[in-house]
Design a binder for this molecule. Structure first.
Ligand code: SAM
Ligand code: SF4
Length: 353
């Protein structure tokens, strides 16, 4: 694999970004696409039961874009007015050399073209990367923790060790990185534990976001057994806590409340009970250069061919604008016994959460 230069240079071209300069991406419904999520690998060192089957087949390594190619693609989106990039996966921190991509993309933070560069991680490798993330301008990250019980943690992740994740969280905090905990609400697994998760996260100065399971990709079990509507979780929490609606937004799909008793923020991502598509500002890029315009639809655009076809970015730019012109209004996620098939066949780990 070609490594990126250790000392990234500032891109002086218009594609290098610059506040309010240059073209922007507007979809057919008038929504500005300003947020790019990049799944830098579909691989992972965990096998969360709601995300993957245990014997997952991953993409052949030869199909992956190099880190340089990912940088070129991301930078093109920055040139198109994208203000926020989230690296995700699979597990982004298991991709070899990932810090060179973070370092390289950080030039867009320094130039002011990008507001935020962030990651979503399972935290397993965070302890050894926290210092570099902070050094490259990453100020906030999402860490997924579905339970505080080490045995249950091992069960839901199949391979994960909670203590390592906790070490990672502490290391990131020690380097001044703000953390939001993501927890998938799972029926019969963590529903009783959500108040404890909330008290823990807020007690450690972290936001918490609760996510509904989305029907993406085949898993070993039945998703109807896992599905827990967030509306029920919220009703349960309101028996113990005072939830005050707030206008806080992070650019993602979560709606936030302030929990009066803890003073902390609690987010809800409710793709099934409350469709979040109307304000969607996001597109998702896979590690093979496929652009998904919607997390819950199959339509996609291949950006790898135009990327590799020439050194100039003209073909790539045309492919990006064509793709945005096809961004659908929203997804059609349903989970019930009659629809016991994934809404989309790909796993969340391919497109990133
Ligand atoms: N490996 C990293 C992690 O777990 O944070 C990043 C990728 S993971 C796909 C991103 C987020 O998606 C995680 O918070 C995970 O819990 C969530 N997730 C995975 N599969 C999901 C599903 N089917 N429905 C809802 N959330 C899911
Ligand atoms: Fe890996 Fe994240 Fe999926 Fe869990 S949710 S298997 S940590 S990609």
């Amino acid at each position: 694999m070609v490594e990126l230069s250790a000392t990234p240079t500032l891109d002086p071209s218009p594609q290098g970004g610059g506040k309010a300069a240059g073209p922007s991406l507007v979809d057919p419904f008038g929504r500005h696409v300003t947020y790019l999520r990049v799944s830098v690998t579909d691989r992972c060192d965990f096998r969360c039961t709601y995300c993957m089957a245990e014997d997952m087949t991953f993409l052949p390594k030869r199909d992956l874009l190099t880190l340089e190619e990912l940088d070129r693609l991301c930078s093109e989106f920055v040139g198109f007015g994208v203000r926020k990039i989230r690296l995700t996966g699979g597990e982004p921190l298991v991709r070899k050399g990932i810090m060179t991509l973070v370092e390289s993309l950080s030039r867009h933070l320094r130039s002011g073209a990008l507001d935020e560069l962030t990651i979503t991680t399972n935290g397993s490798q965070l302890a050894r990367h926290a210092a570099d993330l902070a050094r490259h301008g990453v100020k906030r990250i999402n860490v997924s923790v579905d339970t505080l019980d080490a045995e249950k943690f091992r069960k839901v992740t199949r391979w994960g060790e909670l203590s390592k994740v906790m070490d990672g969280i502490r290391a990131a905090q020690a380097h001044g990185i703000a953390i939001k905990i993501n927890a998938v609400a799972l029926k019969g697994f963590n529903e009783q534990e959500i108040p404890a998760l909330l008290k823990w996260a807020h007690g450690e100065g972290m936001d918490l976001t609760l996510i509904e399971t989305m029907p993406m990709g085949d898993i070993d079990g039945d998703r109807t057994d896992q599905y827990l509507p967030i509306s029920l979780v919220r009703a349960g929490l309101m028996e113990q806590f005072t939830l005050e609606d707030i206008a806080y937004k992070t650019g993602g799909p979560a709606r936030y409340v302030r929990v009066k008793e803890t003073g902390g923020r609690l987010g809800f991502i409710t793709p099934l009970t409350h469709n979040f598509c109307e304000s969607c500002n996001r597109v998702r890029l896979t590690c093979t250069g496929t652009l998904y315009m919607c997390l819950g639809q199959d339509d996609a655009a291949d950006l790898r061919a135009p990327l590799r076809a020439s050194e100039s970015n003209d073909l790539l730019r045309a492919a990006i604008t064509d793709a945005i012109a096809r961004k659908p209004l929203g997804h059609d996620f349903v989970i019930d016994r009659r629809n016991n098939r994934p809404a989309v066949s790909r796993h969340m780990s391919l497109t990133g959460g």
